[in-house]
Write a protein that binds this ligand. Structure first.
Ligand code: CDP
Ligand code: MG
Length: 692
């Protein structure tokens, strides 16, 4: 019929660019319609029109993150001009998925489809679909409490129960009441959706069954003593002995371990000679630059003429558990560990610890092997350990975190009554109390728990409250330029590189940046040297510092300085030749971190103030002596308690800068107290006239 021919010849146009769709669009489209969620499109659109909140459960890889937000964009277009937000717990996922979806929609990344993560906004006024970390959406709520910019908000990976997602659920539960036009979609990879449904007043559930293949599970007969060694051995064995093609996915806990594993796997493969199949090793962790993250989607190396199978092995943190799906994986190696946040309110220490994963995580990991064909999962622990020792689910992050930032943000969002806030899982009262106490000492909250003017400005900085306070206070110490640089350097991954094969040279190089008073000033030296050397990558390489870290530190610095300008916080420096140059900087540090101080006891070890934890200077510290009083940026729990990034300070600064915290009337008895009392007497005496 003539009409159908006409329809066939009619070229489809991209409504965003006005241009005909490129062949790439059609290619992606062919794949998209094969995804499990595709059959549910009509159902979903109907639910979305009828209900305000929907819970959607679908197995990892079924197309939730990439497809459903696109449908929501269509809905949103039919309703007006507002955008769609889709949150992700992880930066990597937000970036990588935005990239993919911009390709699927045939538009430029950063235009109609964009992403927003802390310190990086890749979106524009044209953006109709924005992937963002949950933390960023929470931040947007501070300036736009009703989230008026959005027609639909999707909270993805809700099963992960990150701190920010939990808070968003609580906040959005209120917002939807006041914005009947707003739609909320909660997406999760696990079947335990009842809790979400209940929380959102019996929201309807849409369940998309996956199409995964069976996965055979193997356990080790005995516990492994060295899981890294066992993991590498298992990778090589699978590659050499398994007869079917298929890629490998190995779960490890962090960047260092992952890079180490990749190196060792490559070395082992090199020793096996040219006859064996090629094994391409691809690391994946959150601080990896985007272009390297994309490598996980590269195809496996080809099979050799002698029949030896080529494979890729992705060595990943638990990003690959549910956030990113890598097609082609047939073998999963699961050592059973992940880095997890833990918080002890009693000693006010939050740290990342390598801990056993939950049964739910183990199941998710195993599931990754069944994407393309029946797969195998090698668990490097015993079946007994799985059954008897692993807990069913990981505790929500809100139960394992320091809530300082959270409480400040909630206060800024206008939520004053934290005790009655509708948390899905309420945090421990002691943890909340600790947060209120911290913010009160930092003067962000007054004694009645109300947000102060200072607190309101602190909340505007995407930083921990201590850092925000330090930055703001540095204006009074005439060193905000320097504190800006230090804050930026503390907000990016470690800048010193220490390759195994050149440890000595790296350490020597680091010592050339060292400042006698400590690590904060050493970071400042590195930043200054980087700028003086015109941000030269070759210079970085030669001096064992990470070019990317410094570059992003510089970028973070610019963003923070824009926020400072917005609040008329003056950017100043003390004259470099003045004897006060470094003293002012160290005093400014104390303004933020007076609660993170350690005192060197006569017995020769450090005790943290008030909490009385025995700690040691971290071996990475550049201090060549043991100052009597130090502030530290971080408490690191390993086999020993370490304090990392440490600077020498004077005790009289503590008394002057934080008299409320160092109120000696209410101070536990200890050696530090006796020292401070002596100093206090001196300060009080008439002879002490020097101004501060
Ligand atoms: O969110 P969910 O786990 O349900 O799936 P998804 O992330 O939407 O992925 C759907 C499909 O797109 C999977 O087969 C992925 O492998 C594929 N995908 C891809 O090839 N490249 C990306 N950057 C993202 C997804
Ligand atoms: Mg997803």
């Amino acid at each position: 019929m003539p009409t159908s021919t006409a329809a066939k010849n009619q070229v489809q146009h991209n409504p965003y660019t006005g241009l005909p769709y490129t062949p790439r669009y059609h290619e992606f489209y062919k794949k998209r319609i094969t995804l499990p969620v595709f059959e549910y499109r009509t159902d979903f659109m109907r639910l979305l029109a009828l209900h305000q909140c929907i819970v959607l459960v679908g197995e990892t890889g079924s197309g939730k993150t990439t497809q459903i937000p696109q449908w929501c964009v269509e809905y949103s277009r039919s309703m007006g001009l507002k955008a769609v937000a889709c949150t992700q717990p992880r930066r990597v996922a937000a970036m990588s998925v935005a990239q993919r979806v911009s390709e699927e929609m045939d538009v430029a990344l950063g235009q109609e489809v964009g992403y927003s993560i802390r310190f990086e906004d890749c979106s524009s006024a044209n953006t109709v679909l924005k992937y963002m970390t949950d933390g960023m959406l929470l931040r947007e709520g501070m300036s736009d409490p009703m989230l008026e910019a959005y027609q639909v908000i999707l909270l993805d990976e809700a099963h992960e129960r990150t701190l920010a997602t939990d808070l968003l659920m609580g906040v959005l539960k209120e917002v939807v009441k006041q914005r009947p036009d707003l739609k909320l979609v909660i997406m999760s990879a696990t079947l335990d959706a009842g809790k979400f449904q209940q929380y959102f007043d019996n929201a309807p559930l849409m369940n998309v069954p996956g199409r995964t293949h069976p996965v055979e599970i193997f356990y080790t007969p005995e516990p492994e003593r060295d899981y890294l060694e066992a993991a590498i051995r298992t990778v090589i064995q699978i590659h050499m002995c398994e007869e079917v093609a298929g890629d490998l996915l190995l779960f490890l806990t962090g960047q260092e371990e992952i890079e180490e594993a990749c190196k060792r796997i490559k070395r082992e493969m090199d020793n096996l000679g040219p006859e064996v199949g090629e094994l391409k090793c691809i690391p994946l962790y959150s601080t990896l630059p985007p272009n390297l993250q994309q490598r996980i989607f590269e195809p496996a190396p080809p099979t050799k003429p002698n029949g030896a199978i080529g494979r890729k092995v992705v060595v990943s943190t638990n990003i690959a558990e549910t956030s990113l799906t890598i097609d082609g994986v047939v073998f999963v190696i699961d050592p059973g560990f992940a880095k997890q946040k833990v918080y002890n309110p009693r000693i006010r220490v939050e740290s990342l610890l390598v801990s056993p994963i939950s049964k739910a995580s183990a199941q998710q990991r195993a599931g990754r092997a069944g994407r393309t064909r029946p797969g195998k999962c090698f668990r490097l622990y015993t079946e007994r350990a799985y059954k008897n020792e692993m807990q069913d689910n990981t505790y929500p992050e809100i139960l394992r975190s320091n809530l300082g930032s959270v409480v400040l943000q909630l206060k800024k969002l206008g939520i004053d009554d934290l005790v009655h806030f509708d948390f899905m899982d309420p945090p421990a009262p002691e943890t909340l109390m600790r947060a209120l106490e911290l913010l009160n000492y930092l003067a962000a909250l007054d004694d009645d728990g109300n947000l102060t003017d200072l607190g309101a400005v602190m909340a505007e900085f995407p930083l921990d409250p201590q850092l925000a306070k330090m930055l703001i206070a540095s204006c009074n110490h005439n060193c905000s330029n320097e504190i800006l640089s230090i804050t930026a350097m503390l907000s990016v991954p470690q800048c010193f590189v220490r390759p195994n094969e050149a440890k000595k040279a790296a350490d020597d190089s680091k010592m050339r940046f060292a400042h006698i008073d400590g690590d904060h000033l050493t970071l400042l030296n590195v930043y200054h040297a980087f700028k003086q050397n015109m941000e030269d990558p070759q210079w970085c390489y030669e001096h064992f510092v990470n070019y990317r870290s410094l570059k992003s530190g510089d970028n973070v610095r610019q963003q923070l300085s824009r926020i400072m300008d917005r609040f008329s916080l003056k950017r100043t420096s003390t004259d470099f030749t003045s004897k006060d140059y470094y003293i002012n900087i160290r005093k400014a540090l104390v303004n933020g971190f007076f609660m993170q101080v350690a005192h060197l006891e006569r017995t020769g070890h450090y005790l943290t103030i008030k909490d009385n934890q025995v700690v040691q200077l971290h071996p990475s510290s550049c201090l060549d002596h043991k100052p009597e009083w130090v502030i530290y940026n971080e408490f690191v729990l390993t086999t020993k308690n370490y304090i990392r990034t440490v600077t020498d300070i004077k005790p009289d600064w503590l008394l002057k800068i934080a008299p409320q915290y160092y109120d000696l009337q209410n101070f536990p008895q200890c050696e530090a107290k006796r020292q401070l009392e002596g100093i206090q007497t001196r300060l009080d005496s008439k002879q002490y006239q020097e101004g501060f």
